[in-house]
Design a protein around this ligand. Structure first.
Ligand SMILES: Cc1cc2nc3c(=O)[nH]c(=O)nc-3n(C[C@H](O)[C@H](O)[C@H](O)COP(=O)(O)O)c2cc1C
Length: 183
């Protein structure tokens, strides 16, 4: 079974994007093995501490290297991706051997699926910029399908995200398409 690493781009305890990831996970039951990336102990990228890699960074790279694909569920912050998600990707973009830019990074050719829950744009701007960044670091982004969810009114007022049947179907179709994309 293919191994998919879920990366939730929100640190919030009741994150809607985490809820979206949990919904997607249900669709992968029996067809892929899902784990969630814990990056809470990851330091901010700082070239003073880059080599040798801090243990949290080494662990992050190993976790990503062992996954067949990554599925990112992220909110949109100011028409872009959250800074802490960029921090994860910045660490992953760096060569494993100091200044040896010829060595492939763990992101080289890594297949990535994108989804997100947010406001009116359904995280479209964030996913667009994330695609640009991921492509720059040589990841292989599944352009389509992606699932963008515009949060319902109750989500904003009561903290409850309720997906429509259409959104659930889109997430299921994306899960199936991603497993196929992984080959
Ligand atoms: C700094 C910041 C900037 C935000 N900018 C946007 C935005 O550009 N577009 C959007 O749809 N939502 C924006 N939001 C609202 C988030 O989409 C919303 O808080 C969402 O619930 C966060 O996802 P989470 O529940 O997974 O944490 C922003 C929130 C924060 C904290």
């Amino acid at each position: 079974m293919k191994k998919i690493l879920f990366i939730v781009g929100s640190l919030r305890k009741d994150s809607f994007n985490r809820q979206l990831a949990q919904e997607a996970e249900k669709n992968l039951a029996g067809i892929a093995e899902v784990t969630y990336l814990d990056y809470t102990d990851l330091p901010f990228i700082n070239q003073d501490i880059e080599y040798p890699a801090p243990s949290a960074v080494a662990k992050l790279r190993e976790t990503v290297a062992n996954a067949d694909g990554l599925w990112i569920f992220t909110p949109e912050y100011n028409f872009s991706y959250p800074g802490h998600l960029k921090n994860v990707l910045d660490w992953l973009s760096r060569p494993l051997v100091a200044y040896d830019f010829a060595t492939p990074t763990v992101m080289n050719g890594k297949k990535v699926a994108l989804s997100g829950a947010g406001g009116q744009m359904a995280t479209g701007k964030c996913r667009e910029k994330l695609t640009e960044l991921l492509t720059f670091i040589k990841a292989d982004v599944m352009a389509e399908p992606q699932t963008g969810v515009t949060l319902n009114a109750e989500a904003w007022t009561e903290g409850r995200m309720i997906l429509t049947d259409e959104q659930r179907a889109a997430l299921k179709a994306q899960a199936e398409a991603f497993v196929e994309y992984l080959g």
